[in-house]
Design a protein around this ligand. Structure first.
Ligand SMILES: NC(=O)c1ccc[n+]([C@@H]2O[C@H](COP(=O)([O-])OP(=O)(O)OC[C@H]3O[C@@H](n4cnc5c(N)ncnc54)[C@H](O)[C@@H]3O)[C@@H](O)[C@H]2O)c1
Length: 250
């Protein structure tokens, strides 16, 4: 791991990605990448206002040309990426019989293909430097059984598998790849597909079902990310780590 190096975060305009960008900007130049370009620019401005340095880039991680364009811009304007957090994601609810093909494709394209394309984009820099750390965003749902989440669960399981596969392929290059598997974290994604009343009810139900008795905050996931990108986790690769309030224990 290289402190003070460039850190690429996708999904950095909101929620966990945003909290991570703000925290890690104390030790890195953060590339704030998101499909929401205005949101990314706002987070980069917040970092600058706090004395850090950041670059905002608009990208659609599910589009190979867009990921390539992002990496070209980073190569030209910033330099090698030796730390990365791929957090871009969406949540579309639906039981299996009702999930439209287009929703299935979006879920798989953004999570699985997007994570793969972003890993592919930064690995050459890390191989060249013989060091690097990547954290991919999976979920507790990668290893749980939950109704109404088939596409999401399949995509998050795939990210966990992808993480292990890349970890074993690149360990010899001193590159570590781990995954985060959070439980319910209070971010805008929890509102997705829900009315305000449904969201409030879901928050209460989720909080009451958790051993810790409350939803997690994005900053609590960012703290674990900070550890996984640092030398404090130098002997960890191919793992999924669960900041989850005890939702899943294994
Ligand atoms: N919040 C939770 O409870 C929770 C739990 C487990 C895992 N996660 C995962 O954490 C990640 C971040 O979610 P969050 O909770 O911060 O939600 P969020 O909605 O606040 O943030 C998601 C971000 O991803 C961006 N994004 C979506 N599609 C994109 C694309 N194609 N290209 C680039 N950016 C894109 C969005 O614009 C948004 O800024 C997601 O992968 C999510 O699945 C969240």
């Amino acid at each position: 791991m290289a402190d003070n190096a460039n850190l690429l975060i996708t999904g950095a305009a909101s929620g966990i990605g945003r909290a991570s960008a703000l925290r890690l900007a104390k030790t890195h130049h953060v590339i704030v990448a998101d499909r929401d370009g205005d949101g990314a620019r706002t987070v980069a401005s917040e970092i600058a206002a706090a004395g850090g340095s950041a670059t905002a880039i608009e990208v659609d991680v599910s589009d190979g040309a867009s990921v390539h364009e992002m990496k070209t811009q980073i190569d030209t304007d910033i330099g090698p990426v030796l730390s990365a957090f791929f957090a871009a994601g969406i949540y579309i609810r639906g039981v299996t019989g009702d999930i439209p093909e287009a929703d299935w494709d979006r879920m798989i394209d953004i999570h699985v293909k997007g994570t793969f394309l972003c890993c592919q984009a930064v690995l050459p820099d890390m191989i060249g430097a013989n060091t690097g750390a990547i954290v991919n965003m999976s979920s507790d749902f990668a290893v749980m059984a939950v109704p109404g989440a088939a596409a999401y669960m399949a995509s998050k399981s795939a990210i966990y598998s992808l993480t292990k596969s890349i970890a074993i392929e690149f360990a010899a290059h001193n590159i570590r790849i781990n995954a985060l598997g959070p439980g319910p974290i209070d971010t805008p994604i929890l509102k997705s597909g829900r009315t305000e009343a449904e969201y409030e009810k879901a928050r209460d139900t989720l909080a009451n079902s958790l051993p810790i008795g409350r939803l997690g905050q994005p900053e609590e996931v960012a703290a674990v990310l900070d550890f996984l990108l640092s030398d404090r986790s130098a002997y960890m690769t191919g793992q999924i780590i669960h900041p989850n309030g005890g939702q899943l224990m294994w």
